[in-house]
Write a protein that binds this ligand. Structure first.
Ligand code: GTP
Ligand code: MG
Length: 314
């Protein structure tokens, strides 16, 4: 059996190996992904983002437990753009998620910057495809709410969740323009701490101001204490409600189309660059063009547009 067939059979070692191949940009990856693709699209992908240390991994751990109680298999991908570690769980995640270490229906994987050879968001997207193909019912992707690629990752999930903690009232204003806009469910974790009211009020105000329409999904605000497993059942209930909402309103199809569209755009960008550059090099026009730009005879934008036109006409 080749590695793709083994993944389709739910072989955990094959899943781990293929994700490593993705991270290393292994030449066989594209062919293997092509084999898997027709078997995907079944998993419910949940994205979780929030400030460092807000309790995302603790939440994911407890959510995994809740989903297992409900008979669902779970894949977890923890994306840490600041960490060079990969090929297994980060130390902290390993500790927080070890309660599922022996469960064959749970697969946990961390991805760090080493997995960014072909772009962290693409590596993550491939990892989601692999877990989906392996038959996981639910896939949870944890990212630290920092850069655009993390926002993209969470945004491409079916159910993006933003985690906040008490004591960040002023910060809400600051990050509003970023991750708060993508939240489909807001979780105020560490609700055992002081200052919960303030975050709740700020969030409610923000949602009021956004002015959701009658038929729209208004992001619910939930409180959790991940370390004590409080509010987790309600969170999973809400996630399931959101999936039902998506499925019943056509929102699911839209999200799928958006995701597919973004994927196509990424690949056109990637492959297009190769096609144009290789063509220019083969025609012996690449270095002369660079010379012209160095001498300021042509600006980069004009050079690029002209180059694409030339390649197209050949
Ligand atoms: N008091 C309290 N502490 C919590 C709660 N949830 C998590 N913690 C603690 O907060 C710390 C960070 O938790 P993590 O789950 O690692 O947070 P994270 O958001 O995954 O962190 P990064 O992945 O490093 O960004 C740990 O020490 C947890 O035990 C909670 O509900 N209440
Ligand atoms: Mg974490």
């Amino acid at each position: 059996m080749d590695i793709a067939e083994r993944v389709l059979n739910g072989d955990r070692r094959a899943v781990a190996r293929l994700i490593t191949m993705v991270e290393n940009n292994h030449p066989e990856v594209r062919e293997l992904m092509r084999e898997l693709y027709p078997h995907t699209g079944k998993a419910h992908v949940i994205g979780i983002t929030g400030a460092p240390g807000s309790g995302k991994s603790s939440l994911v751990n407890k959510m995994t437990g809740e989903y297992r109680k409900r008979g669902k298999s779970v894949g977890v991908i923890a994306v840490d753009p600041t960490s060079p570690f990969t090929g297994g769980a980060l130390l902290g995640d390993r500790i927080r998620m070890q309660s599922h270490a022996t469960d064959k229906e749970v697969f946990i994987r961390s991805m760090g910057t080493r997995g960014s050879l072909g772009g962290l968001s693409r590596a993550t997207s491939d990892a989601i495809t692999i877990l989906d193909a392996s038959g996981k019912d639910v896939i949870i992707v944890e990212t630290v709410g920092a850069g655009q690629s993390e926002v993209d990752i969470v945004n491409s999930s079916h159910t993006p969740i933003v985690v906040l903690v008490p004591g960040m009232g002023d910060e809400i204003q600051a990050i509003k323009a970023g991750i708060l806009e993508i939240g489909t469910i807001f979780v105020v974790n560490k609700a055992d701490r002081e200052g919960v009211e303030r975050v709740l009020v700020d969030l409610e105000m923000m949602i009021d101001l956004a002015g959701y329409g009658e038929d729209e999904w208004v992001p619910p605000i939930l409180q959790t204490v991940a370390v004590r497993n409080e509010g987790i059942k309600e969170l999973v209930d809400t996630i399931e409600e959101h999936m039902k909402y998506l499925a019943s309103t056509g929102g699911l199809d839209k999200r799928i189309r958006d995701r597919v569209r973004a994927g196509l755009k990424d690949w056109i960008r990637e492959e297009g660059v190769h096609i144009v550059l290789n063509n220019l090099k083969e025609a012996g026009e690449y270095e002369p063009l660079i010379d012209k730009m160095v001498k300021r005879e042509v600006d980069p934008h004009t050079a690029a547009v002209d180059a694409i036109k030339r390649v197209r006409n050949r």
